[in-house]
Design a binder for this molecule. Structure first.
Ligand code: G4P
Length: 281
């Protein structure tokens, strides 16, 4: 990841987020729809406490539609309100706003009894790197108006962005860490591009990705690359794909590394189709 997490840093981050939490009515916790568990912070419940929270399943455009619905049902069952969002195409934003209203109704009613009407709902975004925090802030703010609180004397961390539906968003998201120590979590993060490629062994990673995709569905690789996966190891499948794509080095050998880069890149961009890597069950 682009941030080195160590215990002192985690403690500081937690404290900073807890401070910001006191300023908001609701928290938007963003995860990646393709890996909703791997892309969440392991301590999120403790950090947010009993503040109203919405789990935003972002990048829903890249995840399998049926699995998206399964995840929403799952979170509903465990009592966590969740919405599907595609921050690139501004999808799901109205659902997010409507749900924000539902979850803050009690507080708004109490304020109304005190004569305070139409007070904006204040929200902040939290999530691990690469889940789409900045993209969501941009897509929400594009919908309406400029920043508020953007004047001298207001610290940068306390600027509020006015968004549709009388909601104000804290302009600085809380950046959290994932559960690195779990091997599957680390792999899922690497597959989806959340860990910088320079830190990874791309060839091994692609072998693991091909293996994983084939266990989820036999179709993904076969359909995209028109290769048979039957009785072939992931390595052999990648070589096959390399040949088909003309990844050949001098001497006629397959450029394995190039083939791996193509596969990883196409998976991450959704070219292979909409694929969810982990399911509630
Ligand atoms: P962050 O602030 O949480 O770190 O994430 P950021 O908004 O920077 O988004 C990370 C990458 O994910 C970006 O890709 C962004 O365009 C993409 N992204 C964010 N939301 C969505 C979404 O709803 N759907 C899709 N398909 N993509 C989304 P990038 O610019 O290519 O960055 P990178 O992959 O080169 O790091």
């Amino acid at each position: 990841m682009n941030i080195n997490w160590y215990p002192g840093h985690m403690k500081k981050t937690k404290e900073a987020i807890k401070k910001s939490l006191s300023l908001v009515d609701i928290v938007y916790e963003i995860v990646d729809s393709r890996i909703p568990i791997s892309s969440q912070n392991p301590d999120i419940d403790g950090i947010i406490g009993d503040k109203p929270r919405i789990k935003i399943l972002n990048k829903s455009d890249l995840a399998d539609e049926k699995s998206n619905i399964e995840w929403i049902e799952y979170f509903k069952k465990v009592g966590i309100p969740a919405v599907l969002v595609d921050s690139i195409n501004n999808k799901g934003l109205d659902d997010l706003i409507n749900l924000s209203y539902i979850l803050t109704e009690g507080k708004r009613k109490r304020l109304e009894l005190k004569g305070i009407k139409n007070k904006p709902i204040r929200a902040m975004i939290v999530g691990i790197p690469n889940v789409g925090k900045s993209t969501l802030i941009n897509s929400l703010s594009k919908r309406k108006g400029a920043k508020v609180g953007n004047r001298p004397g207001v610290t940068k961390s306390n600027q509020w962005i006015k968004v549709k539906g009388n909601i104000e968003l804290l302009d600085t998201p809380g950046i959290l860490w994932p559960k690195f120590e779990d091997k599957n979590v680390a792999l899922n993060l690497a597959f989806t591009g959340a860990i910088k490629d320079e830190l990874l062994d791309i060839e091994n990673l692609t072998i693991k990705l091909v293996e994983k995709l084939n266990t989820i569905s036999e179709d993904y690789i076969q359909k995209r690359y028109k290769v048979s996966i039957e009785d072939k190891s992931p390595y052999e499948i990648i070589v096959e794909i390399g040949k088909k794509r003309g990844c050949i080095i001098s001497g006629g050998e397959v450029d394995f590394s190039k083939a791996c880069n193509i596969i990883l890149d196409e998976f991450r961009k959704g070219v292979m189709g909409r694929i969810t890597l982990e399911l509630p069950h």
